[in-house]
Design a protein around this ligand. Structure first.
Ligand code: ZN
Length: 402
């Protein structure tokens, strides 16, 4: 295995303590530290520490040797996943990622229109989908997927605002089924004229703040979140999203899987995130970045997401994973030490191994590295490959599911 040098993305919502503390650096850090990227994404590729070579260039120089024939056959000459350590001190934008089909067509259309790939108004920066899985490392709060419309109807009714009556009426009639109702309600909020959106956001957050202490669940949590979000993003209609989306509160080890088209927002906490390697994000609010509401409305999956929280599934002594239908990635957590001072599992595909805590020796059969907290290593694909961990600590392994 080869030790990696990884870049930290300094987005404004990032924590000044979490990533620095994990890596044993001085706390607080000089600026916000939002995401540690481990992978070969061209926007911030990891480097092979020994040579300084960016991982995407090392892969381009020897795709089959690095990724294996199976991965190259299915995903071409690119590492299909990106692993992140994410630390949010403030809410991130309300967002949706496109399906593979939408991403490919959107990318081609924007290329044909001559919009530079790094232009702020560009929606599709690459032709790939971006399903993602987030595993909580601390308590983690977010919003993920639609609630049942009846639930949204009750949450809106209890606010007792005349300006919401039309939307409540749409939900009560529920003509055409929940998908059409949710599409109509989302459009009525996100695609309303800017002035009306701002007034609605202000009215609803004021009403939620007035009632938050007197209502039972699930209204209490929804109104609390609306109230909190409106402090960060006053007048932004995205702050109403807790009324439409499922609030999720993860304990360490629990996860959320976000299929393409599923609206979501991360609110606060530290997590390990794995996704198909892509930068395609459509934002619906709570951001200073580009918002393209009409494209977002076209891409959203308006089905109800009943159970967004995933529990870890044991795969071997000391090892769990969070199964998803995605072929680009598979994430496993190893707890080495105590009863299991050495754990070994077969692994054929390319792998990135990240040590969250402790100190472990990681060996893929081609060579071993010593990993401390916050450090990661890359292992090329090997026939009859493996991962053997020895020592004491909590380690995450990212690989493909092909
Ligand atoms: Zn996302």
């Amino acid at each position: 295995m080869e030790l990696l040098t990884n870049e930290i993305r300094p987005y404004a919502w990032g924590s000044r303590t979490a990533i620095a503390a994990i890596q044993g650096r001085q706390v607080p850090s000089a600026g916000p530290e939002a995401e540690l990227w481990m992978g070969a994404h061209p926007a911030a590729p990891s480097r092979l520490t020994s040579s300084g070579q960016p991982l995407n260039e090392a892969i381009a120089a020897d795709p089959e040797g690095m990724l294996g024939a199976k991965t190259v056959g299915e995903f071409a000459a690119r590492l299909p996943f990106l692993l992140k350590l994410l630390a949010a001190d403030q809410p991130l934008s309300l967002q949706v990622h496109p399906t593979a089909d939408t991403a490919r067509r959107g990318f081609e259309a924007e290329e044909a229109a001559g919009i530079p790939v790094d232009a702020p108004e560009r929606n599709y920066r690459d032709p790939h989908h971006k399903p993602e899985l987030l595993v909580a490392v601390s308590d983690f709060e977010g919003l993920c997927g639609y609630r049942a419309p009846e639930e949204t109807g009750v949450l809106l009714s209890k606010l007792q605002l005349p300006s919401l009556e039309r939307i409540i009426g749409v939900i009560a009639r529920d003509v055409g089924g929940s998908g059409i109702t949710l599409a109509t309600v989302t459009r009525a909020l996100l695609a309303a004229p800017a002035e009306r959106r701002a007034i609605l956001a202000e009215e609803v957050s004021a009403a939620a703040a007035r009632r938050v202490d007197t209502v039972p669940e699930p209204a209490a949590t929804a109104y609390r979140l609306v109230t909190e979000l409106s402090k960060y993003y006053p007048g932004d209609v995205g702050v109403l999203s807790p009324l439409l989306l499922n609030p999720v509160r993860l304990s360490p080890g629990e996860a959320i899987y976000i299929p393409p088209g599923t609206p979501h927002a991360y609110l606060r906490g530290v997590g390990i995130e794995i996704m198909a390697a892509s930068d395609n994000v459509l934002r619906g609010g709570m951001t200073s970045k580009h918002v393209d509401a009409s494209e977002l409305l076209r891409v959203v999956d308006y089905s109800i997401y009943e159970e967004p929280v995933l529990q870890p599934t044991p795969v071997a002594p000391g090892v769990v994973e969070w199964p998803t239908p995605v072929r680009e990635f598979r994430l496993r957590r190893f707890r080495v030490g105590g009863l299991y001072p050495t754990i070994s599992l077969p692994t054929d595909g390319p792998q990135i191994v990240f040590c969250l805590s402790g100190r472990v020796r990681a060996d893929d059969g081609a060579g071993e590295v010593l990993l401390g907290p916050g450090e990661a290593a890359f292992g090329a694909a090997r026939d009859d490959g493996q991962l053997t961990l020895t020592g004491f600590g909590e380690v995450y392994q990212a690989t493909t599911a092909v």
